[in-house]
Ligand binder design. Structure first.
Ligand code: ADP
Ligand code: MG
Length: 262
């Protein structure tokens, strides 16, 4: 399981096996907090360039699963690979992996004391070692992409929740991620700003970004997901095309959940 880290080729920032859209393969993942078993053997695959939507009741382990993918939590058992990078290899270079994984949280987690532009440049400079001018050029491009170019010099507390979330997405994109993880990105938003964030996520999906999205937005899942995975009690209960899992669920637990949220 232990593989040698490939030596990055000079002059190519991402020439290290995680370039472009990466697949994610999760096999037999277990995670417990003390005696509380939260993930009980989860297996799940996201193909390169695919969108997988993860649905399920509160407490079913969705956030924990996402947090295991970028090692914000350490699983006790199982294997996760992103592209050809074995995340669960004890020798894995966690920092290198995280450079390629963008994460967007329910609570945007912007740096309140930094301007919008600085929010989108600080990690590029610190982590990717880009020079400031280049980082700013890339940040402005991504702010443009999320429709907030004119807010570059503003501060997070001057923005609506939806705008802050779009900045959080621009910040993540500025790292050229091979994979984007979204944990209920619209759950904390006012209803009128949800659509803007979902529209950006739709564009990203159409551009071929690999995305693993925890969401209660069933319409988004139905339209965008290549696959929908229903989790309950730390296991995958049902997975398949959205039309099947959402439109015609087989499992009683999926049916019961959907009847509550649809
Ligand atoms: P979901 O995102 O599906 O709502 P979570 O992954 O947040 O579920 O939580 C799954 C279970 O794990 C819950 O019972 C939650 O209380 C528990 N849990 C999550 N994080 C921790 C933690 N850091 N310590 C202890 N228990 C936790
Ligand atoms: Mg959660």
């Amino acid at each position: 399981m232990s593989t040698q880290s490939p030596t990055p080729r000079p002059g190519r920032e991402h020439a290290d096996g995680l370039t472009g859209a990466a697949s994610v393969v999760i096999e037999g993942l277990h995670k417990a907090y003390g005696s509380l078993e939260v993930l009980k053997g989860i297996s799940l695959t996201v193909g390169a360039g695919q969108v997988v939507c993860l649905i399920g009741p509160s407490g079913s382990g969705k956030s924990t699963l996402l947090r295991c993918v970028n090692l914000l939590e350490t699983p006790q058992q199982g294997r996760i690979t992103i592209g050809d990078f074995d995340v669960t290899d004890p020798e894995a270079d966690v920092d290198r992996m995280r450079r390629h994984v963008g994460m967007v949280f329910q609570q945007f987690n912007l740096f309140p004391h930094l301007s919008v532009l600085e929010n989108c440049t600080v990690a590029q400079v610190k982590v990717l070692k880009r020079d400031r001018a280049e980082a700013e050029r890339i940040a402005r491009g991504n702010l443009e992409r999320v429709g907030l170019a004119e807010k570059a010099d503003g501060f997070p507390d001057q923005l609506s929740g939806g705008q802050q979330q779009r900045v959080a997405i621009a910040r993540a994109l500025s790292m050229d991620p091979s994979l984007m993880l979204f944990d209920e990105p619209t759950s904390a938003l006012d209803p009128e700003t949800v659509g803007d964030v979902l529209a950006i996520m739709r564009n990203l999906a159409a551009e071929g970004m690999t995305m693993l999205v925890v969401t209660h937005e069933m319409e988004f899942a139905r339209d965008v997901a290549d696959k929908v995975v229903f989790m309950d009690g730390g296991v995958v209960v049902e997975e398949g095309p959205a039309a099947e899992v959402i439109g015609n669920p087989r499992e009683p637990r999926t049916q019961a959940f959907l009847s509550r949220v649809l």
